[in-house]
Design a protein around this ligand. Sequence first.
Ligand SMILES: *Cc1c(COP(=O)(O)O)cnc(C)c1O
Length: 233
Amino acid sequence: MSIKENLQIIREKSYNAAVKAGRNADDIKLMAVSKFHPAESILEAVENSQFLFGENRVQEAMTKFPDIVSTHSEVNLHIIGTLQTNKVKNAITIASCIQSVDSLHLAQEIEKQCSKINKNIDVLFEIHTAEDSKSGFSDLNELYNVLSLIAENKFEHIVPKGLMTMAPFINDEKQIRKSFIKVRKLSEKLKIDFPMFDFSELSMGMSGDFEVAIEEGSTLIRVGTAIFGERQY
Ligand SMILES: *Cc1c(COP(=O)(O)O)cnc(C)c1O
């Protein structure tokens, strides 16, 4: 199936999941995860009104996105993969949001690089909810520490927007749902503990589990394979 058809199918399924959950379908953004797919595929998605993209690796994103953005200014890229500190400098030049902030160390580097070029960047805090994954804050004290520093204006260039998680890669819907519920509940708590910040974004759900994620409050689904096909690693 073509990227155009896949996009139509995902939009329809996402709409139906929202309606089923009693939610407004406009509150759910679709991100196309284009890692390991060529610029031509990204452009095909753009032709079909897909403008929000996600990439895992900064280096790969640097080979594709500057060109695309120069001719398609509506295109917007988020970094969604584990970010090494030596990649932060480039990441903040091409991405409007880093979805995978998962340590104090990374937040410090983002602040350092952003202050050099005087750029503010949106961030999501990645929460560890799956045993088979390593990424995300597992120590919530560290997350609270980062948020306190932002609240004290120590990280002036970092703009919190919400949370992100990857559910476990298993077929057990109950476990997957549990991971999304955990993140939604945490965001409700953070809204109370840090009322000065925006925690409205919940980036949850991928090709295999975006409908469950929508039922559990996702506002941004990150879909790769179901749009672009299998990745050729
Ligand atoms: C690759 C990736 C996705 C997309 O996964 P699919 O199963 O291909 O939809 C979403 N989020 C993150 C963080 C990813 O690394």
